[in-house]
Design a protein around this ligand. Structure first.
Ligand code: SF4
Length: 535
């Protein structure tokens, strides 16, 4: 058996049937996600061959690659999905490393959904606890060391003993993680908290396990310096094109049928600081599309994020990406964008860099103009915006609501979702922010949250069949039906919350549909209560 086992919990270690956005469903309190839906529809188990995962979350692939590049034998390192770790760990195991995103349900999406739904443990936290329960009991038997790292590591500070964690690893893995592993194997002392050094661009270890849904990293970090953001704390780098091409080709050769580009902003590719580079972006897409054609990739290239100012600066590159992929209204590109706030005062204080080369007071116009440009070229974005900046006033919330209303009146196609500000570890705003509860927010903030949800509700009904595309058409139909039910529930929730916020505590916090008997037992009276309120 392998000496070093790499894993993650079931909320992360899955391909979501090819639809990455299902991952957001797991940020809901688990009482609102029936087990049947979670385990059978949203998060199928990752397949294995001789205990080795056939695909893995990209970060784990990179960690494995860094160990092999540092001289470890492939036989000594194995990426294992969580349902197989009982078989993969034995007396040979010396280190178990766990990748985490949202282990305590404190990330912005989970925290916000918790607040909006009336509390409860998120599926992300539940799955992390389940995994660590197994890891801890195996540790008692086999005495290996446990290292935990990944973007959610900050949530576990102070909980190391509870979960049996020996080393909490923060930062980039490629350089430092292999050093820590060697020290642990040699029985040397390793501090409880380790910070990884930045990865140099001239020695990037190439993945040797295919990555989930063909995701590959194209940039790391972001130069815009928003105060609430953690990736911006990492030095900005564009991954060399030959590395990207090799990793994509490796995935496609090994049975992955899609390509996804992971970035904080696709249009930052090849940029020098905030000076964008249209040619580099176009060259990237030319190379990627050539690979897609060579290997018969039929789906559009996934793009995780873009930003409004970049889109307006690189209009030609946005058009190039649309044209080369033949984007249409039936096959658009879905991506995420941070809108954050419609108040120039808050823009200037917390995310001035996002507006570059324009000024904070231009931000509302930048958002509207970029939306029009993107929509015209069949990019349908999901805007997220922040509620709870430390010094936000009712006027600031009104400014954001007005911006959302402007988007609506311009016919914006896409979504807008509010996120409560959280004191995310490692961000510039960490010390100023606190966990917020809806009851402590002014009515204008609640109105602002509702406005975004209403826009999303209307557009979701129109876009649902375009968004829910899994590899299996039958499954896509089932999920579209379930999503329609969820949208109906959201519509009722919005109208209730608009009338009286306390309904979240008095009614919605009691809904529990986790197990089938609970689904039947709890849904009936609650559904009746909700129906009664509306008849
Ligand atoms: S633009 Fe996005 S990725 Fe860049 S610093 Fe701001 S929030 Fe972070």
């Amino acid at each position: 058996m392998a000496k070093i086992v790499l894993t993650a919990d079931e909320a992360i270690f899955t391909d979501y049937h090819g639809a990455d956005l299902f991952g957001f469903g797991l940020c809901l309190p688990c009482r609102l996600v029936p087990k049947l839906v979670q385990y059978h529809l949203l998060t199928p188990r990752a397949p294995t061959k001789h205990l080795r995962a056939r695909f893995a979350p990209y970060a784990l692939c990179r960690v494995e690659a860094s160990l092999i590049a540092a001289g470890f034998n492939k036989h000594d390192v194995v990426i294992v999905p969580p349902h197989m770790i009982g078989k993969a760990i034995d007396t040979d195991t010396e280190i178990v490393a766990v990748h985490v995103l949202d282990p305590k349900g404190l990330a912005p999406v989970s925290w916000t959904l918790k607040a909006l739904a009336g509390g409860g443990m998120s599926c992300t936290e539940l799955e992390f606890r389940k995994l660590m329960h197994v890891v801890k009991s195996l540790k008692k038997k086999y005495k290996f060391k446990v290292v935990v790292g990944g973007p959610g590591n900050w949530q576990l500070r102070g909980y190391e003993d509870r979960y049996g964690i020996d080393v909490l690893f923060d930062g980039e893995a490629e350089v430092t993680f292999p050093i820590i592993v060697k020290k642990l194997l040699d029985g040397e002392e390793v501090p409880r908290y380790v910070k990884g050094e930045p990865m140099p661009l001239d020695s990037i270890p190439l993945i040797t396990t295919p990555s989930r849904n063909g995701q590959v990293e194209i940039t790391r970090g972001c130069p815009r310096r928003c105060h609430f953001c953690s990736p911006t704390m990492w030095r900005f780098r564009s991954i060399p094109l030959d590395v990207i091409a090799k990793e994509i080709e490796f995935n496609l050769k090994n049975g992955i049928k899609t390509i996804g580009l992971a970035t904080e902003d696709i249009l930052l590719y090849g940029a020098h600081g905030l000076e964008l580079n249209s040619n580099a972006v176009k060259k990237l897409f030319k190379v990627v599309m050539n690979l897609a054609r060579k290997w018969g990739v039929s789906s559009k290239i996934g793009v995780s994020h873009v930003s409004c100012a970049s889109a307006l600066v690189l209009k030609d590159a946005v058009k190039y990406i649309s044209d080369i992929q033949n984007l249409t209204d039936d096959e658009p590109l879905f991506t995420q964008i941070g809108l954050e706030s419609g108040s120039p005062k808050l823009v200037a204080k917390y995310f001035r860099g996002k507006t570059y080369p324009w000024k904070p007071e231009d931000w509302p116009n930048i958002v509207v103009e970029a939306s029009k440009l993107l929509n015209d070229l069949y990019w349908y974005p999901c805007f997220t915006y922040i509620v709870g900046f430390p010094d936000a006033t009712p006027d600031d919330y009104i400014a954001t609501t007005e911006l959302i209303d402007r988007l609506k009146s311009e016919g914006f196609i896409g979504w807008s979702f509010p996120l409560l500000l959280i004191p995310m570890g490692g961000t510039l705003i960490e010390k100023e922010a606190s966990y917020l509860y809806l009851s402590r927010l002014p009515q204008e903030a609640i109105d602002c949250m509702v406005a975004g949800c209403e826009l999303s509700l209307d557009n979701s009904r129109m876009l649902i069949n375009k968004v829910i595309k899994t590899r299996n058409p039958m499954l896509s139909r089932i999920l579209s039906r379930l999503a329609t039910l969820a949208l109906n529930a959201m519509e009722i929730w919005i109208s209730d919350v608009k009338r009286d916020l306390s309904v979240i505590d008095s009614l919605y916090s009691k809904v529990n549909i986790r197990s089938t008997p609970e689904l039947i037992k709890a849904a009936m009276p609650n559904c009746l209560a909700i129906v009664k309120k509306h008849t």
